[in-house]
Design a protein around this ligand. Structure first.
Ligand code: BDR
Ligand code: CA
Length: 313
């Protein structure tokens, strides 16, 4: 008899190289059932992030997983993209692939609501892009906050930003949406830069992926080659941080991480601090059910990722 899958997730994302690794991890990890993928504008335009999600889903053999496009722009602001890290396509690097998976007709916001409301308490929402879709889903159906088992977000930071000195990219793109999401009454875990910058892909880690020797590993290495060069040239980092895979890894095995309870507010007005996540570990004013990642067992993270890519076949 096969074991029941432990964790059902929705992955709301903006692929993006590290989003793509997050999809591969979700596709191959035995404890994760990927209910659906929803896309949002962020690293690139919605058309590109949706196409890229379809490409990754095709590579991963996720032909039965719906990919639903969502918001084309942030709630109130102009869209800001990240071509310097992800290229003009949003997924530069690997050879061009014509996806077999096609975008679904349903809107991401409706698919998030439908998936959470159909099975209350059973699904974790993992968000690895700007939080526009999630905020819109909360506005349209506030009961999703009770229906979700948890929300795990890649976004924010308590020590530094990466797009401004104060703000991390996903939160900065749509701070108003982030404020709605962080303000809702659900169990929320934030995997910010403080922990995702520990998920560096060394050349040795990448050799471990290459050694798998499959089409999927070749695709992943194409992504990592581009991402490594971009992080070196743009951020002066020798190894790229695989931010978004941390959020999926946390759902699959929380023992890989240390998290601390904290209160988190999102700055929406500051002249220099807009998009900042203001994290208070003091215990004062913490609303409860708010957790912030602080550290990661890096080697176990890469073992998990390599095992998942191997399992895709
Ligand atoms: C986040 O921003 C995006 O560029 C990445 O995909 C990740 O979600 C890191 O700040
Ligand atoms: Ca992302």
């Amino acid at each position: 008899m096969t074991e029941p899958v432990a964790h059902r997730i929705i992955l709301d994302c903006d692929p993006g190289h590290d989003d793509a690794l997050a999809i591969l991890l979700a596709a191959g990890h035995p404890a994760i059932e990927l209910a659906c993928i929803t896309t949002v504008a962020g690293n690139q335009t919605l058309a590109k992030t949706t196409h890229n999600a379809c490409v990754v889903a095709s590579v991963a053999g996720l032909d039965d997983v719906r990919v639903a496009p969502g918001a084309e722009r942030p709630l109130l602001r102009e869209l800001r993209t990240a071509p310097s890290f992800h290229g003009e396509s949003g997924l530069d690097g690997p050879a061009t692939i014509e996806p077999t998976v096609r975008p679904s007709d349903i809107h991401a916001v409706d698919l998030i609501i439908e998936t959470l409301m159909d099975a209350p308490g059973e699904t974790t929402l993992v968000a690895t892009g700007p939080l526009t879709n999630v905020a819109l889903a909360l506005c349209k159906e506030p009961r999703i906050a009770q229906a979700a088992k948890e929300i795990v977000i890649m976004g924010g930071a308590y020590t530094r930003g990466n797009t401004t000195p104060a703000a991390e990219f996903n939160i900065l793109v749509d701070p108003e949406a982030a404020s709605i999401v962080f303000g809702a009454s659900w169990r929320l875990t934030m995997m910010g830069l403080d922990v995702t910058h520990q998920a560096l892909c060394s050349e040795g880690d990448q050799r471990g992926i290459a050694a798998i020797g499959s089409d999927v590993s070749e695709f992943a290495c194409g992504l990592l080659d581009f991402f490594r060069t971009a992080y070196r040239d743009v951020a002066g980092m020798s190894d790229p941080p695989i931010h978004d895979a941390c959020a999926v890894a946390y759902v699959a095995d929380p023992t890989l991480f240390e998290v601390r309870e904290a209160a988190v507010e999102v700055e929406t007005h500051g002249k220099f601090t807009s998009g900042m996540t203001v994290v208070d570990f003091s215990g004062k004013g913490a609303p409860g059910e708010r957790f912030v990642g602080t550290s990661l067992r890096r080697e176990s993270f890469w073992e998990m990722t390599i095992d998942a890519i191997t399992a895709i076949g």
